[in-house]
Design a protein around this ligand. Structure first.
Ligand SMILES: [Zn+2]
Length: 420
């Protein structure tokens, strides 16, 4: 199999980073990088990526919600399709690589195929999703939910902070809210979905490795908890007569941390807290807070949740406050395809690097794509494991390895897994 010299991976990586810089300049806010679904900034990234897809000889289209989709056709018609992709929207005050890197590494591999005039026994389809982070409508994976035909119709009534509905936003972005229910593909048309993404964690850096192979995406439960006690005067109510909702919540938060520390691989976070009435001289009467619990094994996560629910009730009872527990979302863990993982391992090994398997702590478009086809992911080392921040940083050499690993993976799939 004829590979170009390793320096050409570096050249391709340099172009990927230049393009990340360019896309990173498109923002709806002047002083920070923010691209919500349907904004002018999203229009600008789609235009730029569309131009690069066209230059690679593909015919890009925008689907019903505005995902940018382009195909590199197979050697023969009616062949199956391998989907590559990631997202082009961002969180608020984002970095340049979460999302765009995956789209542009995949594009680099397609450009290399096109430059060689090499057609494969399957089509390669690049999907640049228009909403993964869910910043505008507070729901994740809008883009890939439309691609897979899984967006519930009631989602169209969601509104953003300005009162604009998703239905209106889709129309304004040139999409068609009445055509959302149609999946881009049937399951039997697809070979799988492979996504490249920055790691968003410290394991690759700690192991001094440029890329990793994702074993799966851990399950995640989000709960909204309210503790209600009795507000009162901070000077006149003696300690023995208080029902302080914040003190109860604080005790519970320490218990959450302890439970996670004592359970291997469990992570649990209280990240949001609203104190009522929230004055320095008033005993807190009510506290609303979030609980986020994740683990690769669903049974361990479910057991931990049951324990944490019993714990909050015990603390509330002892302190004479009431508690409400509302499940917000409950996402089971996902395993990446063992067959695709084997090809990824062979690809990384052939590129000259040890293989590290990593469980993804964050959700990705692959979560939704798994409802339609087999999924696979490569992680790329990012500096300090930092993401969702302008401090996101990746190294040129690591991006070159990511391009090589993805290319070798695609070619291994094309040759039926034969590494020779
Ligand atoms: Zn992402």
């Amino acid at each position: 199999m004829a590979f170009k010299s390793s320096s050409s991976y570096t050249d391709a990586a340099r172009l990927v980073l230049q393009r990340c810089d360019q896309l990173g300049s498109y923002s709806e806010e002047a002083d920070r990088r923010t691209r919500r679904y349907g904004t002018d900034a999203m229009r600008q990234v789609n235009e730029a990526v569309k131009g690069w897809m066209l230059a690679a000889g593909m015919q890009p289209r925008q689907d019903a919600i505005g995902n940018l989709v382009a195909r590199y056709e197979a050697a023969t018609p009616d062949a199956k399709t391998l989907v590559l992709g990631s997202h082009l929207d961002t969180v608020r005050d984002a970095g340049k690589y979460d999302g765009p890197l995956g789209v542009l590494v995949a594009l680099a591999c397609i450009e290399r195929l096109a430059a060689r005039g090499q057609r494969l026994p399957f089509a390669v389809e690049l999907a640049a999703f228009a909403d993964e982070e869910g910043l505008r409508f507070h729901t994740a994976y809008l883009g890939s939910s439309v691609f897979t035909g899984r967006l519930p119709p009631e989602a169209l009534d969601l509104t953003d902070l300005d009162g604009v509905t998703l239905r209106e936003a889709i129309r304004a972005f040139g999409g068609d809210p009445d055509a959302l229910g149609i999946a881009a593909h049937q399951r039997d048309e697809l070979l799988g979905y492979c996504e490249v993404h920055i790691e968003q964690g410290p394991l690759l850096e700690a192991n001094d490795l440029p890329v990793g192979v994702v074993s799966g995406i851990q399950g995640q439960t989000r709960v909204a908890i309210s503790m209600t006690g009795v507000a009162g005067h901070a000077g006149t109510v003696p300690m023995s007569l208080r029902h302080d909702a914040l003190a109860a919540a604080a005790e519970y938060m320490v218990a959450v941390e302890r439970t996670a520390q004592n359970t291997p691989e469990l992570v649990a976070t209280v990240g949001q807290l609203v104190v009522e009435p929230g004055a320095s001289n008033v005993i807190p009467g009510r506290v609303d807070f979030s609980l986020d619990v994740r683990h690769p094994d669903d049974l361990v996560r479910e057991k931990a949740l049951a324990d944490l629910r019993a714990e909050v009730q015990a603390i509330a009872e002892r302190r004479g406050v009431s508690v409400a527990w509302q499940m917000v979302s409950d996402q089971p863990s996902l395993r990446c395809s063992p067959q695709l993982i084997q090809l990824q391992r062979d690809a990384v090994t052939a590129a000259g690097h040890p293989v590290l398997m990593v469980a993804s702590g964050a959700g990705h478009d692959a979560v939704t794509m798994a409802t339609l086809t087999d999924i696979a992911m490569f992680f790329v080392r990012c500096k300090g494991g930092v993401s969702h921040s302008p401090a996101e940083s990746v190294a040129l050499e690591d991006v070159a390895v990511a391009i090589e690993a993805l290319e070798r993976f695609i070619l291994l799939l094309a040759s039926g897994g034969d590494a020779t």
